[in-house]
Design a binder for this molecule. Sequence first.
Ligand SMILES: Cc1cc2nc3c(=O)[nH]c(=O)nc-3n(C[C@H](O)[C@H](O)[C@H](O)COP(=O)(O)O)c2cc1C
Length: 290
Amino acid sequence: MDYYNLAIKRESTRSFKKRPASGRQLTELQNYIPVCRRLFPEIAADVTVLGAGTPTLLNGCAGYHGLMIEAPNYLVISSAPHPHDVENAGFMGEDLVMKLTELELESCWITIRDPEEMRNRLHLPEDRRPMAFIAFGNATVMLPSSRLDIKSVSNIFIKQRTGFVAPKLAVDHAVYTKKWGESAEISSLPLNNSIYQAFIAACCAPSYLNLQPYRFLLDGHRVVMVCLPDEATASDDVRLNVGIAMLHFAGTMENHHPSDTGWIMGPPEGTAYDLPEGAQIAGYYEIDIE
Ligand SMILES: Cc1cc2nc3c(=O)[nH]c(=O)nc-3n(C[C@H](O)[C@H](O)[C@H](O)COP(=O)(O)O)c2cc1C
């Protein structure tokens, strides 16, 4: 998949036609599910495709303020426990969002508020916990260049999109040198540069309430992802955010340069970065360029 262009093209949709995805689209999606990207292939994680009865079935279990998004189709990723199960579900879920975007389907991540209740209502096995939940289908009239701008959970409105980074983090504000706060000035690179494209893709990633509570350090050939303290985002949503942004970065980077290791979780050994209080290293990525 062309991750860079798909990452730029994708935006959340909350208004869907009743018509479900076509048989061809659903077959292509089902064929892709077993080979979708994973952060940890060894984690047992199942993907279930659900239909239009889902909002009634899961009423109150999911969505901002418990408000479900009405769509003809949904994806649920349920996983066995693992220290990085949620990040892996975010990575897989966003890879499937990229596939949906390629199939010309629109989508929206939905917050899981009560995973236990959701597992019961979906009759998932005891050893699986639902971690990622995504609505998809065909959008009703799409405002051509608009997206949700969320100031807080009670102050959400549509804002005109002036460029692909707005209202997203701009790359020059998101990527620092190894010195916290010092811009790596990535935008001085040519636009076809793989590192520039991978950071643009990461900055276009969806996040809980669009808060994007993370930044990146570019230390030589190493990219370090740092999560900022953020009271609005619950820990599972922080971890989904991480997996999602990691997928955008890795997918785009690996369209140019295959990587043996991909993202490695946690801080790199033997290095100390001067981070703000409460900030934590989610993982790092060694760019494989000669
Ligand atoms: C973990 C996660 C949970 C989300 N939950 C919801 C939700 O419950 N309802 C909703 O309307 N959007 C939800 N979203 C979508 C975000 O609000 C959306 O990605 C963000 O506003 C950025 O807009 P964009 O996706 O158009 O770039 C969620 C996104 C993420 C990553």
